[in-house]
Design a protein around this ligand. Structure first.
Ligand code: PLP
Length: 383
């Protein structure tokens, strides 16, 4: 048995999406900027993909900018706000401690440039409240950036309430929705955000493709100069096949969401219940405000890395915390921020489920049994 349970790191592309994008490699491969018929066809597809993506998000076409993924979208959003801040004398930015490094490291850079960065504390489930944001906003606040859902522990933030506070106070609001888009309903107008980042490979599109939603009236900063694509805001020949994959995958996951969400939640909760029966095990994040496919636990007395390598040898692919952060052996900043003691944080395991791996009860029981055996073996070896 080989089973991929690391869908928050990246997801498989569905057969339907693969089939739908192939013609963009073999027949419709023109450059959208070319004036000949092949170019015009590519341009028309690009135009329609932008419209379809906008529709999925509840946005207008001209509010969508295609990028190379979540990291670039986050960079562009934060640097856009920073540029507005600089020109209006606002140098205070509010965020929170469990953001992805694609936010935190940009904030570090902005701090060096003179911005004052205020990272709000979360509660023990990784949540912050709109009230915290409200209390933190000042006259010189240039931006509030709060993720929609956490990539490690799956906690879903009260984005609509935060959006409302920001709108009332006239402060720019960005949300990193990389883990949320394609997994929970998203509507930028309801969320009240001015900017939203998304990434195709987190919902079955290609890697290194994404988008940034930017509300009408805000002009995104130019990070990449060149031929003037994306209305001059993001140059470079458009990755039409990647954009096609993003739009087809999002349309598919949006259409399937109602059917699969209850199944994922039920699987997720079975895993959580089963894993919590292993002695000295703690659940991370919220039990109810949680991404449908996220299971995050910590096992005392072991290293999550050793566990994930052991499971990998048996064909079970999971993550020791966050894929982007693994490779470094310091405990996850997310777990530290929610107050998990350091020794326990080293034993983190994240299982992230997708519609691709709907398991029956027997399979779930087998996986829990196997994880339990591995944890016990490692505890014996390490103790
Ligand atoms: N933001 C979050 C919350 C993520 O989980 C990730 C990737 O794991 C990113 C941003 C970066 O996205 P990308 O891999 O598309 O650069």
């Amino acid at each position: 048995m080989e089973i991929y349970l690391d869908n928050a790191a990246t997801m498989r592309m569905s057969d339907t999406t693969v089939k739908a994008i192939l013609p963009f490699l073999t027949e419709k491969y023109g450059n959208p900027s070319s004036l000949h018929a092949m170019g015009r066809i590519a341009y028309e597809y690009l135009f329609n993909f932008r419209r379809q993506l906008a529709e999925c998000l509840g946005a207008y076409d001209d509010e969508i900018y295609f990028t190379s993924g979540g990291t670039e979208s986050n960079n562009q959003a934060l640097l856009t706000a920073a540029s507005f801040g600089t020109s209006s004398g606002k140098t205070h930015i509010i965020s929170q401690k469990t953001e992805h490094h694609a936010i935190l490291n940009v904030l570090k850079r902005l701090e060096k440039q003179g911005f004052e960065i205020e990272l709000l504390d979360t509660d023990s489930e990784g949540n912050i409240t709109a009230e915290q944001v409200n209390n933190a906003i000042r006259k010189d606040t240039a931006l509030v950036t709060i993720m929609t859902a956490n990539n490690e522990i799956g906690t879903i933030m009260p984005i609509e309430e935060i959006g409302k506070v920001c709108r009332e106070k006239g402060v720019l609001f960005h949300t990193d929705a990389v883990q949320a888009v394609g997994h929970i309903p998203i509507n930028v107008k309801k969320m009240g955000c001015d900017m939203l980042s998304l990434s195709a490979h987190k919902f079955g599109g290609m890697k290194s493709v994404g988008a940034l939603y930017v509300r009408r009236g805000i002009l995104p900063s130019v990070l990449i100069e060149g031929g003037g694509q994306e209305r001059g805001r993001r140059s470079g020949t458009e990755n039409l096949v990647g954009i096609a994959s993003m739009v087809y995958a999002l349309a598919e996951s949006t259409a399937k969401m109602d059917k699969y969400t209850p199944k994922l939640i039920s699987m997720r909760d079975r895993f959580i219940k089963g894993l919590l029966k292993i002695p000295d095990t703690k659940i991370n994040g919220s039990l109810n405000k949680r991404l449908p496919g996220n299971v995050s636990v910590c096992f005392g007395g072991i290293m999550g890395e050793s566990l994930s390598i052991m499971l990998s040898g048996m064909g079970i692919y999971v993550s020791a915390g966050s894929a982007c952060a693994s490779g470094s052996l310091s405990p996850s900043h997310v777990l530290t921020a929610i107050g998990v003691p350091e020794e326990l944080a080293y034993g983190a395991l994240r299982i992230s489920l997708s519609e691709d791996n709907i398991l029956n009860d027997k399979e779930i029981e087998y996986l829990i049994f196997t994880i339990r055996n591995c944890v016990e073996k490692l505890r014996k070896l390490q103790g």
